[in-house]
Design a protein around this ligand. Structure first.
Ligand SMILES: Nc1nc2c(ncn2[C@@H]2O[C@H](COP(=O)(O)OP(=O)(O)OP(=O)(O)O)[C@@H](O)[C@H]2O)c(=O)[nH]1
Ligand SMILES: [Mg+2]
Length: 368
């Protein structure tokens, strides 16, 4: 029998740190001499995450157009495509950050229908300290409605392990408080403290992920009406934009300026940001900037350190607002950022919408 592929899925809310985590895990397994494939997922094609991970040198397949659960067959064929050369030893999968019920709709179907091919690693879900803390405290100023907050809660309830990410930024007291909020909400689920940025806590995380056992068994009791309404509240936008100028400009400066302007404009209109990200790509150079809440500092997560005269930008936004409004704000912020560096801004493609109701291909409600 050919060897089984280890399927490692890392879930968590929008902007929690899934892509950063998967890149770090991919490097870890590659250093061990393993072949690694990554699968990204979102509601439309040409994703920031796919481009970012490919630019970092990883082998990436993209499931676009619907989430893993609603597009299960494409998840399987994308994983098969990754196996075309030599079969990967490990597949790292990143589901959409506004998705939940992944145990019943993704892990259980893989276990039941593709048992010979895949071995399921513990399903870990990242808690995003900013929104996660506010939601678990039932803070009335959580930034999202109770229905969107419901998704975040359900995500951690189905985990085999919960990862408190960004501990590089948290005090001991803050991390302790998050741990007790998680313990109260999901008693019995192991909690790890990690930083995808610095690698702190990764020895424990990789030990956990390497465990053998029957994982992905916490099938949720979930109300799909609430889930669908919550997901639809989080407007979705993806724009491809070409920026060109007669003079060189700092690519990193532009990327940061775009997300900072968006954050300010959206916060002024009372729309909570779940994640704003932009990647700039030009002649093999790339840089990524992000903002993960209305009050978090804009960050250059992957600097390009280069000056360019032209760049292809992809701007992706998940914000609790009307997608048409979101599109107006994105257009005006990118245009103003372009004007400030005397550049011409050409919007090539924009998609913005409210995600539709999730209709999973399979759903096994009874665990095993
Ligand atoms: N300080 C700090 N920042 C982090 C850490 N992990 C991720 N980030 C930052 O958080 C932002 C979002 O990270 P991503 O990995 O893109 O998050 P994601 O969960 O994949 O986001 P979506 O795919 O949009 O849902 C980026 O700016 C990262 O650099 C961490 O451990 N510490
Ligand atoms: Mg991501």
């Amino acid at each position: 029998m050919t060897h089984q592929i280890r399927y490692i899925m890392v879930g968590g809310f929008l902007g929690a740190g899934k892509t950063t985590t998967l890149a770090r895990l991919a490097r870890h397994y590659m250093e061990q001499g393993k072949r690694v494939g990554i699968v990204t997922n979102d509601q439309a094609a040409d994703l920031v995450d796919t481009n970012s991970l490919r630019s970092q040198g990883f082998e990436v397949g993209e499931v676009a157009g619907a989430c893993f659960c609603c597009n299960f067959d494409e998840l399987m064929s994308t994983m098969d495509g990754l196996s075309e050369g030599e079969r990967p030893d490990v597949i790292l999968a990143e589901p959409v950050g506004s998705c939940t019920d992944l145990v019943a709709t993704v892990i259980q179907p893989i276990k039941r229908l593709y048992n010979a091919t895949f071995q399921i690693a513990p399903y870990s879900v990242i808690l995003k300290p900013s929104h996660g803390g506010r939601v678990l405290r039932n803070d009335s100023k959580a930034g999202f409605s109770p229905k969107a907050a419901y998704i975040l809660k359900k995500q951690i309830e189905e985990a085999d392990a919960i990862l408190i990410n960004r501990i590089d930024e948290l005090s001991q007291e803050q991390a302790d408080e998050l741990t007790s909020l998680i313990n109260e909400h999901c008693p019995g689920i192991p909690v790890l403290r990690v930083s995808a940025k610095t690698g702190e806590g990764y020895e424990a995380l990789t030990q956990l992920l390497d465990q053998d056992g029957d994982f992905g068994r916490r099938v949720l009791d979930i109300d799909y009406d609430t889930y669908a309404d919550g997901e639809a509240e989080l407007g979705w936008l993806n724009s491809s934009v070409h920026v060109s100028s007669d003079q060189k400009f700092s690519l990193d400066g532009l990327l940061l300026d775009v997300v900072a302007k968006l954050q300010t404009e959206l916060a002024a209109s009372g729309a909570e940001t779940a994640h704003l990200k932009t990647i700039g790509l030009w002649e093999g150079f790339f840089g990524v900037a992000n903002v993960v809440s209305s009050t978090t500092e804009p960050e250059l997560s992957l600097p390009s350190n280069c000056d360019v005269q032209e760049v292809d930008l992809i701007v992706n936004a998940r914000v609790a607002c009307d997608p048409e409004e979101l599109e107006k704000v994105v257009r005006s912020c990118v245009e103003v950022a372009g004007q400030q560096i005397d550049a011409t801004v050409e919007f090539r493609q924009t998609q913005s919408f409210r995600p539709g109701r999730p209709v999973p291909t399979h759903r096994y409600s009874d665990g095993e």
